[in-house]
Write a protein that binds this ligand. Structure first.
Ligand SMILES: [Zn+2]
Length: 151
């Protein structure tokens, strides 16, 4: 999972707190000091991608610039996971979400299975999702149902 991922300029891959650990290197600290998913925005075709790679997956142009991914999206498809590895409570909803930034990301939705359907408005959050074997807080990402109804 490390291959092709660069350390973006102005970003950090180290959590602010030594009692925290990032779930993988798709999570980082952006230029404003916020935890975010690290996506990319192509300087040639302007399209977004995830994760950040050395080349734009759309046009092969080199060096997309880092793009913090967060905020609003809508469920494109989903499945209910009823069997999982130890440490995961089931059932949970795994969804493919179209973010407004223009990328599709797969992640867990913090909601009961019946609350999620195609088109459900969700918010991407980078937040603690559990603890590792040494008791550090694992910072990962998941989706929450959007608070507001669509205006
Ligand atoms: Zn491109």
């Amino acid at each position: 999972m490390n291959h092709g991922l660069r350390a973006p300029e102005g970003w950090s891959r180290s959590p602010r707190d030594t009692n925290e650990v990032f779930v993988s290197d798709v999570v980082g600290v952006d230029q404003q000091g916020n935890y975010a998913l690290i996506g990319g925005r192509c300087t040639h075709c302007s399209r977004a991608s995830f994760p950040l790679r050395d080349r734009c997956p759309h046009c092969q142009s080199p060096e997309p610039i880092p793009l913090p991914l967060e905020g609003d999206g809508a469920v494109y498809s989903f499945t209910v996971i009823r069997q999982a590895a130890p440490g995961f409570s089931v059932p949970y909803v795994l969804a493919s979400v179209d973010l407004k930034a223009g990328v599709r990301i797969i992640g867990q939705v913090e909601a009961a299975p019946g609350e999620v359907t195609i088109g459900t408005a969700v918010q991407l959050e980078v937040e603690p999702i559990g603890e590792d074997s040494t008791g550090r807080s694992v910072i990962g990402f998941r989706f929450h149902l959007s608070e507001e109804d669509q205006a």
